[in-house]
Design a protein around this ligand. Structure first.
Ligand code: ADP
Ligand code: MG
Length: 694
């Protein structure tokens, strides 16, 4: 085999494929499909079984059928503006029926008399004639395979401008050209042991399966592959880390820590003390820490992080504190400044939209070590930020902080210690395998005196009464959040909805309260100003989109109203609810929703039943149907291309074990039988660099 050629499918841009071209290539890029490999790894999300053809006669009205027929004649009518109907008379063995297309005049040119077709669609027996409303069709008397009818037909995630027909045709063209020289990169021993379908067969069968079983076998291969590769990367990262010698050493004395602790208004909980101990032990190890700190919303992770940062500062080194959003970064900056400046520690915030001059000055101070603790978002990872001696990076609330970003951090300096904090409770069954490269600490108890947030469900019609309640709570001196949903597809429309609600509230129900609006489209400094006023108690009610979701800490807030709560996942609802009741006293969470689906009702029920993040995470996994991709996204677990963490758990365990075995017997993948795998990993890593970072 020509080893030089084997990488081609990874390099060849899709625009060079038959039928694709530059314009389609741009559309494909929106699906993150850049080259042939991406296209072939864009797997169907489901299949339509159009393998059986039937006679259109003697079927029930409304049935979905696939029928064979020969074109007798075709005509087009325009009964109204914006409506074109193409109707073809088709000859079948048992008589003439009609195929109907709406607003697809382009089909007319294929509907020449004598052309044999397979049409799939809904049977309409309305007006005496037997008619099929065509969803999809296929011309039969061309040579070549059937793609759109007369078989198991793949259905893809598509995007505006790209139809299912195009997706199928592109994929088919890619297969025709590439499947033959697609080289297997999984080692033979593994293929045999796990009984996996070879790559070229699997690619064909997952896109255009001969039977459903073949599609399932192909899927099993790709799921295994996906898990196996991830596990290898994670284990490798860990292996590399434990081999690295740290060059920084922490001071033994912890006077700064003591000073900080004695300034706190509370005692550390036992759990906080335990995890702090675990972290301190890591810092003293010769290789970098790589630890995940899990603790439910409000369990007090920040204090633990500060203690770790102070260890670095005490030793004359720097610490970085990274938050997922500007709002959170600002909040952390404020609280870190308040508690650390009195101890003589310089804290600075690297804002997103800083004026260039100010930014340059700050970067300079970071580089010379004038700033001890730097707070910011992922912007801290940018190329122009360099540290004098970064010892510890704390990454807050970023379960999605990837393997890749961690690698960059490690490249940025003398291998800093890394502490990742998350409130996303990863079910025990999954944590080992999902975060295989991280050590784990768990804060499993709450600070004393916390009362569970009382959770209620109301229908949208009851909202006026809810806002009356908000008004009453505000009169007693407390504060409230009102959350409107943000849906990725249209931030603009969500913004509109939030603004409308805001206007309605200030004119009516909450006209006597001081209300403010916060949303994701605001410039950073405006967001900060809004948050500042709310934190200071100047604003009493904050109407907000979910930008508020993670980490926001306003102890005086005790009411959370969530509009259209059915549109949120359980993990997100739990996060939002965690914004209230942080300062003690009674707190309330009101979920307003129309319960359109069984799942939505179950999520609301679970929220009412429990305040425990771990319980809710397990529930979340149960409630979501298999293959519910959005569910995975909401639960904060890593996203997979094809694998489903719930449904495919067994395969995950096996992949994990095989990856461990492999690295034990061949730690650097040097043997001949593992060479193609090594090359594949290398390629994936290069591509990640290219697409996601640069
Ligand atoms: P999270 O784990 O969600 O990040 P935070 O660190 O923001 O939680 O802490 C939540 C709130 O609890 C803060 O207001 C913090 O000051 C307070 N807190 C933290 N630890 C304790 C403790 N041991 N006793 C009482 N309150 C605490
Ligand atoms: Mg937090």
């Amino acid at each position: 085999m020509d080893a030089g050629k084997s990488g081609d499918q990874f390099e060849t841009p899709v625009k060079y494929l038959k039928m694709v071209g530059p314009r389609r290539a741009e559309q494909l890029a929106r699906l993150k499909i850049f080259n042939v490999h991406d296209l072939l790894y864009h797997f169907p999300r489901e299949y339509l079984d159009r393998s059986r053809t039937v006679s259109p006669f003697g079927q029930e009205n409304g049935a979905n059928v696939t029928v064979r027929g020969t074109v007798i004649s075709a005509q087009e009518t325009k009964p109204r503006r914006n409506l074109t109907i193409t109707r073809a008379a088709l000859d079948s063995e048992r008589g003439v029926f009609y195929g109907v297309w709406f607003n697809q005049s382009h089909v007319k040119k294929v509907l020449r008399p004598g052309t044999e077709l397979l049409v799939s669609g809904k049977l309409d027996l309305g007006f005496g004639a037997v008619q099929v409303q065509v969803h999809d069709f296929e011309v039969l008397n061309q040579n070549g395979d059937l793609l759109h009818a007369g078989r198991m037909v793949p259905v893809y995630h598509a995007t505006t401008g790209l139809s299912q027909r195009m997706m199928r045709s592109f994929t088919y063209a890619a297969l025709e050209q590439w499947e033959k020289n697609y080289t297997e990169f999984l080692p033979r021993w593994l293929m045999e042991r796990e009984n996996l379908v070879p790559i070229s067969v699997a690619l064909r069968q997952i896109h255009f399966p001969d039977h459903r079983e073949n599609a399932m076998e192909a899927r099993r291969r790709f799921v295994f592959e996906e898990f196996f590769i991830i596990q290898l990367q994670l284990l490798k990262l860990r292996q590399n880390l434990t081999r690295v010698q740290k060059t920084h050493i922490y001071a033994k004395d912890n006077g700064l820590q003591q000073a900080y602790i004695s300034g706190l208004k509370f005692e550390l909980t036992e759990a906080q003390q335990r995890v702090t101990g675990e972290i301190m032990a890591d810092l003293d190890k010769p290789y970098p820490m790589n630890r995940l700190l899990q603790g439910d919303v409000g369990s007090g992770k920040t204090v633990v992080a500060i203690l770790a940062l102070l260890r670095a500062v005490e030793g004359g080194m720097q610490g970085a504190f990274m938050a997922p959003t500007e709002v959170l970064a600002e909040q952390h900056f404020l609280s870190l400044t308040a508690s650390l400046e009195p101890l003589g520690v310089n804290v600075a915030l690297l804002r997103g939209g800083m004026p260039a001059k100010e930014r340059r000055a700050l970067i300079e101070r970071i580089a010379i070590g004038d700033i001890a603790v730097i707070v910011g978002t992922q912007a801290l990872l940018q190329y122009d930020v360099s540290f004098k001696n970064l010892a510890l990076a704390v990454i807050d609330e970023q379960h999605r902080f990837g393997v890749r970003q961690r690698a960059i951090l490690q490249e940025k300096s003398v291998q800093p210690d890394v502490l990742i904090m998350t409130a996303t409770p990863i079910p025990r069954t999954l944590s080992m395998t999902v975060y295989g490269d991280l050590d784990m600490s768990v804060i499993d108890t709450m600070p004393p005196g916390r009362q569970p947030v009382r959770t209620y469900y109301v229908s949208p019609g009851e909202l006026p009464r809810v806002f009356q309640f908000v008004d009453e709570q505000v009169k007693t001196g407390r504060q409230a959040f009102v959350i409107c949903p943000l849906v990725e597809e249209s931030e603009k429309m969500d913004l509109q909805a939030a603004e409308e609600l805001y206007t309605q509230l200030i004119e009516n129900e909450l006209r006597l309260c001081r209300v403010d609006l916060l949303h994701g489209r605001m410039p950073g400094n405006e967001k900060e100003a809004v948050m500042h006023k709310f934190r200071a108690g100047e604003t009493q009610v904050l109407v907000s989109t979910t930008v508020i979701e993670v980490g926001v800490d306003v102890p005086n807030a005790n009411v959370m109203v969530i509009i259209d709560a059915d549109r949120f996942g359980l993990a997100q609802l739990h996060q939002l609810r965690g914004r209230v009741g942080r300062g003690g006293g009674e707190a309330h969470c009101i979920l307003a929703a129309r319960l359109r689906t069984k799942e939505a009702a179950e999520r609301i029920r679970a929220m009412k039943a429990s305040n425990d993040g771990f319980y809710l995470a397990e529930k979340d996994l149960q409630i979501r149907g298999p293959g519910d991709v959005t569910g995975v996204r909401q639960s904060g677990l890593p996203e997979f291309k094809i694998a489903d963490l719930v449904r495919d758990q067994d395969l995950l365990q096996v992949a994990r074990r095989r990856a461990e075995e492999l690295l034990r017997s061949d730690p650097n993948l040097e043997s001949e039988e593992n060479r193609s795998l090594k090359e594949h990993l290398h390629r994936l890593r290069q591509r990640e660099n290219f697409y996601h970072i640069s």
